[in-house]
Design a protein around this ligand. Structure first.
Ligand code: GLV
Length: 332
């Protein structure tokens, strides 16, 4: 039997690439390129698996071009780049990289939170420009201890952010579709309804996935409900926040500032009004972007791919119903 053919669009280190090459034929495609335009029809028809970043989009027409596809192994925990009903309808297993990035994303969330509260980015510019000698020290900033951190979403990442906040003596409140009674019982966070979450938080951090229901779910109404001294943090997905409404809220002083690792358009164009606002701290979608975490993610993504292609249950499956059907037919 011929080896499975796999497309790689994610950065796979040499040792892991060797593991794939020992069992599969590899077709390299640059990250973010359009798969249908890059590959010929015949190549597309013979692909069994793909390991990719969230920059590869999988909608109905893409799936239709890959009639043999068995697995999309996403090098990310988020999978909003994949039309899940389309994948499941075609029996394509979708895998992701949960858990291994929780700490890194929580750390970046906190890094931005402290930067905002202590005005560190502007403080750095103040020192570098020599303004310290001329104008003296910059204006006083704010404590984070004793303040309230609101978490919109209490999944795995939200939970680690909550634990981190406890080390800073912050009060943590959360809103989630389903209540996390375990976190509540452990004293990590108190539940609030959605309106109360926005109204009470000094820092409001977004930790929900992007899907049709959550797109632009944080917008003008939510900013109006927030304290004018409050900050928004987003390390989840840019389009969860209505960016135009956020820019308005920042310009009008409806809220005090924002820390954004994700934006509606990535890479963020330098012409974005966000780049002009001193009350904003920006990062380049690097929540998981540490050497250690990215290695753990790619380890998991490669394992997911190889397991799926050898009919072993992958560790992290987004649509287990596909696996259930597949294992029934394997065992039949
Ligand atoms: C990064 O954004 C991820 O979803 O892992």
């Amino acid at each position: 039997m011929s080896q499975p053919r796999v497309i790689i669009t994610a950065p796979v280190p040499a040792d892991l690439r060797e593991q794939i090459a020992a069992r599969c034929e590899i077709i390299d495609v640059p990250t973010g390129s359009n798969l249908l335009e890059t590959l010929g029809k015949e190549q597309l028809a013979n692909i069994d698996g793909i390991i990719c970043t969230v920059r590869s989009k999988f909608d109905e027409s893409v799936f239709d071009a890959f009639p043999r596809l068995r697995v999309v192994s996403n090098f990310a925990v988020g999978y909003d780049n994949v039309n899940m009903p389309a994948a499941t309808a075609r029996n394509v297993l979708v895998c992701n990289t949960p858990k291994v990035l929780d700490g890194a994303v929580a750390d970046l969330t906190f890094g931005m939170l402290i930067c905002l509260a202590r005005n560190m980015v502007n403080g750095d510019a103040h020192v570098r420009s020599g303004a310290w000698a001329g104008k003296g020290a910059p204006a006083l900033t704010h404590d984070i201890r004793g303040k309230t951190l609101g978490l919109l979403g209490m999944g795995r990442i939200g939970r680690v952010v909550a634990e981190t906040a406890k080390a800073f003596n912050m009060k943590v409140i959360y809103h989630n579709r389903t209540r996390n009674t375990e976190a509540e019982a452990a004293g990590v966070a108190e539940y609030r309804d959605r309106d109360a979450l926005f109204a009470e938080s000094d820092f409001l951090s977004v930790h929900i996935p992007l899907n049709p229901e959550t797109r632009h779910s944080v917008g003008a109404k939510e900013f109006a409900a927030m304290k004018p001294t409050a900050y928004l943090l987003n390390t989840a997905r840019g389009p969860v926040v209505d960016e135009a409404a956020l820019i308005e809220a920042l310009k009008n002083g409806t809220i005090a500032g924002a820390g954004l690792d994700v934006m509606e358009q990535e890479p963020l164009p330098a012409s974005s009004p966000l780049c002009e606002l001193p009350s904003v701290v920006l990062q380049a979608h690097v929540g998981s972007g540490t050497v250690e975490t990215r290695r753990a993610m790619i380890d998991l993504a490669v394992r997911n791919l190889l397991d799926a292609l050898s009919n072993t249950r992958p560790q992290a499956i987004v649509n287990p119903e596909v696996w259930a059907t597949r294992s029934e037919s394997i065992n039949a």
